[in-house]
Design a protein around this ligand. Structure first.
Ligand code: NAD
Ligand code: ZN
Length: 371
């Protein structure tokens, strides 16, 4: 797949999706940028698995990469890490034209894009997503940022990558849990169109969830194309179109933070989508039984659909309030519909705290330990 995402004047991302593309990274980058110094940002795991191929390709096209490797995982998505990346750029004498190449999952692409947004008030960047989640969602759309102790993604900037290059082959090394995690975002794209057409497509993601390489490649490309279309319609989330991408994220973000990032982003979003479907069914937007069908389809991909036991409601409420404050007082949630596109409605915090899992008999909730 070769697509152009036009987010505004001068804000165009080339989206390249296909097996084996990592070897073409240098050549594709050189079509868009003069070859020269660049900063390759990655995490330890991805760097160990796929860094050499990326470096070889960049060097082969005349780039001179300096490498910054971070510890893997959400805990690296901090201002301190962004500071390290900006510091690395400064140390190499980077100027306005020196690109950042972010090779990794959504943590690395969010962080790399953010470092590129703030260094010298903006340098170009290239996203090389290596997880299903980052290929399907995080790497494109221009939202970059880091977490604060107070909540997810609280510091960030819009900064579109020049190029998103996704090589589905690298997904062969991705652990199954992360594969399923990313498919939650692909499922989200399908549910946004309405349950009637979306649910069969969510069920159809099962082959990808099971690790079928060709099915995965199709799933991430389809989700990325759908996201690109929504982003083009509302690049800065001002017209109410792009906000639809937040289906499942109100509760999802709070849950990620409340579990101390033990629950992965897609897993938390899956619980959030199941909760949104329940609220939607309660409001008659979804036919009776629709919420159960959503939960079943998500569970069929190996994703959780209820709050993990042991997350104190007060803690969850605190993180939900952060979202509420940002939205100007009311919790505005994306709700799916049976037919047609999802809608945004105000929802009381309490209705989101009802989706608890089964309690253990004869005792309190088990301490939180999502898989
Ligand atoms: N900017 C956006 O629009 C947007 C959208 C959705 C999610 N996000 C963000 O994305 C982040 C989650 O992304 P993620 O799930 O990709 O997390 P991640 O970057 O932490 O990657 C998950 C794990 O997989 C490992 N990994 C990555 N690629 C691998 C590969 N090919 N083989 C083996 N291991 C590999 C990583 O080292 C890491 O341990 C969250 O911070 C979320 O907020 C951003
Ligand atoms: Zn998401």
């Amino acid at each position: 797949m070769r697509l152009r995402l036009r987010a505004g004047p001068g804000e165009v991302s080339a989206l390249l999706y296909g097996a084996g593309l990592l070897d073409a990274l240098g050549a594709e980058a050189a079509r868009l940028l003069p070859a020269g110094p660049c900063l390759l940002l990655t995490d330890r795991r991805v760097g160990g698995l796929h860094g050499a191929r990326a470096l070889r390709s960049l060097r082969g096209a005349g780039f001179r990469p300096r490498v910054l490797v971070l510890p893997p995982g959400e805990r690296s998505k901090t201002l301190a890490s962004a500071g390290r990346a900006a510091g690395a750029l400064a140390a190499m004498g980077a100027d306005r034209g020196t690109p950042v190449v972010a090779l990794g999952g959504g943590v690395v692409t969010d962080l790399g894009g953010f470092a590129a947004a703030i260094y010298a008030r903006g340098v170009p960047w290239i996203a090389v997503p290596t997880t299903v989640l980052a290929m399907a969602d995080a790497a494109l759309g221009g939202k970059t940022g880091v977490d604060l102790p107070e909540g997810k993604n609280l510091a960030g900037a819009f900064h579109h990558p020049l190029l998103v290059l996704a090589d589905a082959e690298v997904l062969a090394t991705l652990p199954a849990r992360h594969r399923r995690n990313g498919l939650a975002e692909a499922a989200k794209m399908e549910l946004l169109a309405g349950l009637r057409s979306g649910l069969p497509r969510v069920r159809g993601l099962a082959a990808a969830a099971g690790g079928d390489g060709a099915a995965l490649e199709r799933a991430v490309a389809r989700a990325a194309a759908a996201k690109a279309a929504l982003v083009e319609e509302d690049p800065r989330e001002r017209r109410g179109r792009r906000i639809l991408l937040n289906l499942g994220h109100t509760l999802g973000h709070a849950l990620e933070a409340a579990t101390g990032w033990r629950m992965l982003h897609g897993e938390a979003v899956s619980v959030g989508m199941a909760a949104a479907a329940r609220v939607a069914e309660g409001r008659g937007l979804v036919a009776p039984g629709g919420a159960a069908r959503v939960a079943e389809a998500l569970a069929g991909l190996g994703l959780p659909t209820v709050l993990p036991a042991g997350v104190p409601p007060a803690r969850l409420r605190r993180f939900l309030r952060v979202d509420k404050k940002r939205a100007g007082g009311a919790l505005r949630m994306v709700l799916p519909r049976e037919d047609g596109e999802a809608v945004v409605e105000e929802v009381p915090v309490a209705s989101l705290l009802e989706s608890r899992g089964p309690r253990r008999r004869g005792g309190g909730p088990r301490p939180s330990r999502p898989r």
